[in-house]
Write a protein of this length. Structure first.
Length: 112
């Protein structure tokens, strides 16, 4: 039995960092592969010279320029090939503070 293909079913997103099929999204909402899902795209510039803001919408990721308006994500990546050659920035990790707990022998039954 053959079902009719609906609009948008055949779309395959690719990772902007390596070109592999994208299976997850990074914190900005950009489709990325498993290896690059924590990387961020920062410093994208428009053709007019202003910085692009990466947005996630109903039909996928796009970029917004304050002067030009909305820009296609693929076009924005093509305008900035130097960013993909450099290693992308990873989200800063916050180290957890470890707390030392001292338990006396008479308090042992309270904790265990």
């Amino acid at each position: 039995m053959h079902f009719r293909k609906r609009y948008g079913e055949s779309r395959m997103d690719s990772c902007p960092f390596c070109g592999k099929p994208a299976t997850s999204k990074n914190p900005q909402g950009v489709p990325a592969c498993i290896a690059h899902r924590k990387l961020m795209l920062d410093g994208l510039r428009c053709a007019c010279g202003s910085f692009l803001e990466v947005m996630a919408g109903k039909w996928g990721a796009y970029c917004r320029c304050p002067k030009c308006g909305n820009v296609n994500f693929k076009r924005a990546v093509e305008m900035n090939p130097q960013l993909l050659k450099q290693p992308a920035t990873e989200q800063p990790k916050v180290p957890e503070k470890k707390k030392e707990i001292v338990i006396r022998s008479d308090e042992l039954h309270l904790y265990y």
